[in-house]
Design a protein around this ligand. Sequence first.
Ligand code: SF4
Length: 396
Amino acid sequence: MKEKFEKKTSGPRTLALYVHIPFCIRKCFYCDFLSAPASLEIKAAYVKKLLEELEYWKERLSGAYQIQTVFMGGGTPSCLLETELCSLGEMILSFPLFDDVEYTIEANPGTVSFGMAAAFRDMQVNRVSLGLQSANDEELKALGRIHTYAEFRRSYELLREAGFFNLNIDLMADIPGQTLQSYQNTLEKVCALKPEHISSYSLIVEEGTRFYEMQEQGALVLPDEDTDRRMYERTEAYLREYGYERYEISNYAKPGKECKHNLTYWEMGEYLGVGLGASSYLEGSRFRTEEDLKTYLSSSVKLSVEKEKHLLSKREEIEEFVFLGLRKCSGISVSGFEKRFGKSFYGLYQPVLSSLFQKGLLAESENRDKIYLTRKGIDVSNVVLAEFLLEAAEEL
Ligand code: SF4
């Protein structure tokens, strides 16, 4: 294994850093993320290991990369002790960061106190993402969330008072018992708070979750497809009225407040994931950190990192670039594609493009440099994206 990353004469490359905190107070019924409740001792041991892993990467990346965005997610980072967060924060600040680094932390509304907000400030966090999901307490209960809407309001106000001017609120559609009207009420309440960014995802029932078991037993009743469609349409129309632009299938922002960290993923920029099960994309390879907590805690850092390392072939890189790029409303840049892959986008995909343009699923900008999904295309995005799979034997 190469010990250090190569320095470029043109200066350091930009990197997005993700730090995973795999702990939650209680597991939500729909959640299949790598997160679980844990004792104070386990959390302390994890923070110790995470600091070692960060130190390891700092040494290896030294001089080759500069960090443009940091995202501490999970799980629930805010369920660590303030002192633990501050020691992680201190370590992160010792990396070479851009002056205008976007530094996000995820927080669960039931876990934000005044002291916690102060810890975020000490860490120099400048963006907080709050998982609200719904402004209706019955729906929050149905999801197994640990907080009420009133508790969320307190956390939100506390963060504003502590000087956070870049806040995201996560919402969810298709919650058991949710109606179009109750979803609209949630949108209204959230817009009135004027967060800078809103994400709204439809509930997906994943294997291994409590909802999955309930569905197997026929005990999970979800809104029907028609309601789902109308919720989706309502989101864009309503948020636009309040000055939010949709810039990705499920993400909306006030001008200039798009999440730079997530844009790195969708633009296939390089990112390093640190902590349990975190994924990375560096120098053309994908890999992840050990995902078993016991093994992660008991192994040396060297044995926990770069698991399942896979150097993407040119075909895989092209497919991922297109799949991820088309999630953005601005689509993919044809000139960007050609610069990156040394190939003509139109030349490679001409038959597919013609057919998708004709069906009204895809559109191109006037100067033909941007290709993006139409509203109709977004509705069937999985089908459209599958059209961009290349034959394994295709000459590239
Ligand atoms: S708080 Fe987030 S990460 Fe934790 S269980 Fe709920 S959805 Fe999953």
